[in-house]
Design a protein around this ligand. Structure first.
Ligand SMILES: [Zn+2]
Length: 196
């Protein structure tokens, strides 16, 4: 096998969820692809970190020319509800439902001492500052249902600067291994509708 092809397979194998066999198949697919497709593919990869940056408000992503993402600067959102999620993919899954038009705050993970993730590693200070400065009447803690979820929820409840704000969590909707990212639409919609 040519060295260049071997190197390509090695690079593809480094991606998560890709086994060596799939990496080989993908490398051959790329080898035989239309050159224009390959050019676009390469350009997208080349731009991915240069053209995208973190939103200053929710900590999701936005185009490099904007400091704030389109959700955070939208006028048609309900500014009284803040949905707190662990990561950007959770926010994307909720937005795909096209039902809930609230604002978001991405923590960047959940408190997990076992994995050396402490509250100070996550965007809690930013969350509490946001709560202090804006008029929310509900904070939805939409983190995945596991032990870390409990610790994260407790931390928010104990440290929230305004104790009058209603704090809700998703209804007990999925088995313990369930994740927002993998939940089907109906289950997810119900989990939010029946939040308590
Ligand atoms: Zn944003």
């Amino acid at each position: 096998m040519p060295e260049t092809l071997k190197r390509l397979i090695d690079i593809i194998s480094f991606l998560p969820w890709i086994w060596e066999k799939s990496a080989t198949k993908l490398a051959f697919f790329l080898l035989k692809s239309n050159p224009n497709y390959l050019k676009n593919f390469w350009k997208s990869l080349d731009n991915i970190q240069a053209e995208i940056k973190e939103c200053e408000v929710c900590f999701g992503y936005t185009d490099k020319d904007n400091n704030v993402c389109e959700i955070c600067c939208s006028n048609s959102r309900d500014n009284s509800i803040l949905c707190v999620v662990e990561d950007y993919l959770d926010m994307v899954s909720i937005e795909k439902l096209h039902i809930f038009k609230w604002k978001y705050h991405i923590l960047g993970g959940s408190i997990s001492p076992i994995n050396w993730v402490l509250a100070s590693d996550l965007k809690f200070n930013e969350l509490f500052t946001k709560i202090k400065n804006e008029k929310f009447w509900e904070i939805i803690i939409a983190t995945n249902p596991n032990i870390e979820w409990e610790a994260t929820t407790m931390y928010i409840k104990e440290n929230i600067p305004d104790k009058n704000i209603k704090i809700t969590r998703l209804s007990k909707w999925l088995p313990n291994s369930g994740y927002i990212e993998y939940a089907d639409e109906i289950t997810l919609i119900n989990a939010f509708k029946w939040r308590n």
